[in-house]
Write a protein that binds this ligand. Structure first.
Ligand code: AGP
Length: 608
């Protein structure tokens, strides 16, 4: 999705903007641009395509010089990714420039109105209306003009405006789209996510919906829509700059796969003390769980699959009915949510539009809410009663890996903590479960050690038109995640299904040479999955099994094997997913795909 960045007061604003945009590339984009206020004018450079084209244009034509600037990476929604549709967009008189992340829902109506008044539009975007509205509202004070223009906007927007007449000032506004202000010394910044800021500062403040930031070199003031100044807490960002760099790896995705043992360890270790699960820092005590009669896990994409992967842990350990809902369905659906429901919103970014909306809806319905997020200060974290962070560090590759496994690990711990609160497990049982969870980083490392073997296997899959994944129980949840990884980065059609459903339709797809990836890490279900393997093999399928070392039923049947160490079935998703991540990675590499920035995808889906 679009990324925005801005800087005021730095000696070389253009380079700060371009470097910040580089950090936002991972979000997915198809054009980029910057605008800098210099010598009483706004100098705009923008171009379709990758940031490298914009950099080349700046090299050729010179970097705009000046005291305040804004930048943007655009993921096209309204109009094709052309130079004209790239941000920043200028007002008719060229004295204002705007960058915007989100969607202005009433743009067509506003555009008709502005055109009737004589405005000429240069692009097909929804954003350009903001530039014209600000121009019309301006009476010598940029903040007042942006506030007045915002009154006309409906939809979601994190937007920032510069003005030729006010060279040391940026005004930014947030409504349902993330916006973070970075505090420096003699220079200040804003961005749509902290990754663009950590190189310059670790001190940030997070705008809430309906807030405006007046950003100058020596001050940042935040106001509500009525013009009242708001006191904001400055938050220290824990992320390390190096964590968002490739560190010698060819792709962020591979680096992030390799980081999983450390990320899971960092996530679980602070929550374990003397054989017990402890979420005291998050204020998650017995009271948070007592009286809960239903758990609803709400999420999108891989975070939804992480929810699927822990559903049985919640039900087995707590005895409380647990459902996993797609946030995009939950927000408009009829899922029963009330004051005795615990809604757990799971989101790596904490900014996914559907997850945010579903959580808001559940808050309105009176549910108790808990966020599992990787980004501190994100919208999901701030909306929920309690926020539990995964300590995965920045995840840059669009395809999530360490985000997913850290979500699983912390959700296992939450299930154990809830079971204790509800008196479903005793001290000894809790200590046993804690030992099993604490052993996950080592088991994940052992799964990572399969990398050379997976890399060899991948050559065989690179030309397959389609892959089928199957499993039962937790293995089915992992099959879904494995198929998603394969689709999103290799562009090979992949489908996952519950192995027991095979005979109800999907087996019709199996013919000579069809690759089937069978997940069999739950020995209680091994004989059943073995039966499914026989069925597909009888029809010519070639089976790659991901199984536990001691699962002999399956080992004897598969054409190829990836063996992971024995892990309790309830926790196996965090380990068995690793070979599937590696397989998707190597297949995509063999096919020459843009692994970290797959086509059409965005890291953080901030629009519906
Ligand atoms: C997974 O590889 C995807 N990039 C995607 O499905 C992602 O998990 C989904 O968009 C949800 O994102 P979130 O965890 O940031 O809410």
């Amino acid at each position: 999705m679009c990324g925005i960045v801005g800087c005021v007061g730095a000696a070389d604003v253009s380079r700060v903007l371009l470097s910040g945009l580089g950090k936002l590339e991972y979000r997915g984009y198809d054009s980029a641009g910057i605008a800098v206020v210099c010598d009483g004018a706004v100098d705009i450079r923008k171009s379709s395509g990758r940031l490298a084209r914009l950099l080349a244009a700046c090299e050729r034509d010179g970097y705009p010089q000046g005291g305040a600037g804004i930048g943007h990476t655009r993921w096209a929604t309204h109009g094709a990714p052309t130079d004209a549709n790239s941000h920043p967009h200028a007002s008719g008189d060229g004295r204002f420039a705007v960058v915007h992340n989100g969607i202005i829902e009433n743009w067509a109506e506003l555009r008709r109105e502005l055109e009737a008044e004589g405005c000429r539009f240069e692009s097909e975007t929804d954003t350009e209306v903001i530039a014209h509205l600000v121009e019309r509202a301006y009476e010598g004070d940029l903040l007042k003009a942006v506030m007045k223009a915002a009154l006309r906007l409906r939809g979601s927007y994190a937007a920032a405006v510069v003005c030729a007449d006010e060279p040391g000032r940026i005004v930014a506004v947030r409504e349902a789209s993330p916006l973070i202000v970075g505090i420096g010394a003699g220079e200040n910044y804003f961005a749509s996510d902290v990754t663009a800021l950590v190189e310059r500062t670790r001190s940030c403040l997070y705008l809430d919906d309906g807030e405006f930031a007046d950003i100058r070199p020596d001050s940042v003031s935040v106001f509500d829509a009525a013009g009242r100044e708001r006191a904001k807490e400055v938050v220290r960002v824990r992320w390390d700059v190096r964590a968002a760099e490739k560190g010698g790896y060819r792709h962020f995705m591979l680096k992030e796969i390799m980081e999983q043992p450390g990320a899971v360890e960092a996530t679980i270790a602070p929550r374990i003390a003397a054989g017990r699960v402890c979420f005291d820092d998050e204020g998650l005590d017995d009271g948070a769980f007592c009286g809960v009669t239903r758990v609803v896990i709400a999420a999108c994409g891989s975070s939804y699959y992480a929810g699927q992967g822990v559903r049985s842990a919640f039900e087995r350990l707590t005895g409380v009915p647990t459902s996993v809902e797609l946030a995009s369905e939950l927000r408009y659906g009829s899922t029963l949510v009330n004051a005795s429901t615990l809604v757990i919103a799971v989101s790596q970014s904490g900014e996914t539009a559907d997850t945010v909306a579903a959580l808001r809806e559940c808050v309105c319905r009176g549910a108790r809410t808990l966020a599992v997020v990787n980004v501190a200060g994100s919208t999901v974290a701030r909306l929920a009663d309690h926020a539990v962070h995964t300590w995965a560090g920045p995840e840059v590759a669009v395809a999530t890996t360490k985000g997913y496994t850290t979500q699983l690990s912390v959700l296992y711990l939450i299930a154990v903590r809830m079971a204790r609160a509800l008196r479903c497990i005793g001290t000894q049982e809790e200590a046993r479960l804690v030992r099993q969870i604490a052993a996950l980083p080592r088991a994940i490392q052992q799964a990572i050690d399969l990398n050379p073997c997976v890399s060899e296997l991948a050559v065989r899959y690179k030309s397959c038109p389609s892959l089928l994944f199957m499993g039962r129980g937790v293995d089915w949840a992992v099959a879904l995640e494995g198929a998603l990884k394969m689709k999103e980065i290799s562009y090979i059609h992949a489908e996952a299904y519950a192995a027991g459903e095979l005979k109800h339709g999907t087996i019709a797809l199996v013919e000579e040479g069809q690759p089937v990836i069978a997940l069999c890490c739950d020995e209680r279900l091994a004989a059943k999955v073995a039966g499914n393997i026989l069925e597909v093999k009888a029809r010519g399928a070639n089976v790659l099994a991901v199984a536990c070392l001691d699962n002999q039923d399956v080992v004897a049947l598969a054409d190829d094997l990836l063996l992971i160490p024995p892990v309790p079935p309830m926790l196996s998703a965090a380990v068995s997913v690793v070979p599937l991540q590696l397989l998707a990675y190597h297949v995509a590499r063999e096919r020459g795909c843009d692994i970290d920035k797959p086509r059409n995808l965005a890291k953080s889906v901030t629009v519906e």
